[in-house]
Design a protein around this ligand. Sequence first.
Ligand code: C5P
Length: 254
Amino acid sequence: ARRALIVVAAGSGERLGHGMPKACVDLGGRPILAHVLQRLHGLSRGLDAVVLVLPGDQASYDQLSAVGEQFGVAAGVPVFFTRGGSNRSSSVRAGVECLLSAGAADWDPAASTVLIQDAARAMTPETVYARVFAAVEAGAAAVVPALPVTDTIKRVHPEPHPDTGAEQVEETVPRSSLRAVQTPQGFTLELLQQAFAFIGDLPDAQVEALTDEAMIAEAMGVDVAVVPGSESAVKITTAADLAAAQALLQSSEP
Ligand code: C5P
């Protein structure tokens, strides 16, 4: 059985507003991507390859590939780099293609596990990666880590009220059946290859709407297993998230 990890770090970081790709943004003195990699050292003996999907601009690419190279040497894991695309799915696809051309072409697709991690979930603990690997290796073709939802979630009508312009509640979705899904999401290499063949036939607008890879598995009718996620694995999207990650970092340091 082979294990690979693809970290997608090619997002623009527009909502964070630092004028640079999110993975490059400083968190406690290091770029966000460095925090992701730092948490992988304990797993690294079992990892056959790491692929970093990086932003297209040369300065960011150079900065982040240097971070990746340092990790590869320190952890003893082969690290490969590629540039991402204009949406998340195309970045993940670039990562899978890079993995295949970097040597995974001769891996047994049914016996190889690939995890896809958002660079934006900088503080994801190693235990979550371990859980996802274990669940795929125990026979699930697609696995997502998730937490119960604590907010009450309501669905609204697609159109605002014609007179007031306010959004209108359509229904309350029973909270006990909701989960907030995180990354890393895990798949057999075989399923990932099938997934990209499947979305190859979809119109662009539908591909743009895929916010994770598990959605492709769902659309294909493949069962997706859920394992416990982590409170620490929050996604850094806004300035407030970055401040929260900073606080978490300080409180977790001795
Ligand atoms: O934009 P969002 O926060 O949903 O992005 C989730 C992850 O996907 C981030 O880690 C981001 O770097 C990555 N991404 C990417 N290529 C894109 C868009 C997002 O690698 N074109």
